[in-house]
Design a protein. Structure first.
Length: 184
């Protein structure tokens, strides 16, 4: 099962490692300073736990006062994007595939956030970052948002007002949402 921990906060940035360790300690039911919760990052920034006996994979994101982190037994990527009403056409022209730009033209500017969140969750799953290949794949089809990319599950997560949240990878089962206690 995938577990998505979330926190509504006015301190989106920073504190991520501490929040990840706190959330993981609650899931694993261990002390938050446990050696198995030490976090490392690849050269592209993908986080992971250093301890080989810790089976959890995770991904983290923040936007619009939300901080989220998903844990899974399988490799996973997550992204949240707050719909902030910005002009999205220039961003889409630079980073989206032609199919995604056409989808955006037909569905309207709110679809930008779904597309961006889905794409970013996929590159986080891969651990490669946005980079120059962000427009080389598409998260839309003629039927709408894809349910998978290259055989990897892609799911929209609901429950975050004015935000788009997509989860790539993980297990095929349900996603359990768990609220974290506000920071002191």
């Amino acid at each position: 099962m995938d577990i998505l921990c979330y926190l509504k906060t006015d301190r989106e940035k920073g504190f991520s490692d501490k929040r990840i360790q706190l959330a993981a300690s609650q899931i694993l039911m261990c002390a938050p300073d446990s050696a198995q919760l030490e976090i490392i990052r690849t050269d592209k920034g993908k986080p992971g736990f250093t301890h080989p006996e810790n089976p959890l994979c995770f991904s983290v994101s923040h936007s619009g006062g939300w901080w989220i982190c998903v844990f899974s037994d399988e490799s996973v990527g997550i992204d949240i994007q707050k719909n902030d009403g910005r002009d999205v056409q220039k961003i889409a022209a630079r980073y989206f595939s032609s199919q995604e730009c056409t989808f955006l033209d037909h569905k309207g500017p709110d679809s930008f956030y779904d597309i961006w969140s889905a794409k970013e969750s996929y590159v986080k799953y891969l651990g490669c970052g946005i980079g120059s290949k962000f427009g080389d794949f598409s998260v839309v089809s003629d039927e709408g948002m894809k349910k998978e990319i290259e055989g990897i599950p892609l799911r929209k997560i609901k429950g975050f007002p004015q935000c788009s949240v997509f989860l790539c990878g993980g297990t095929s089962g349900p996603v359990l949402l768990r609220s974290l206690s506000p920071e002191e």
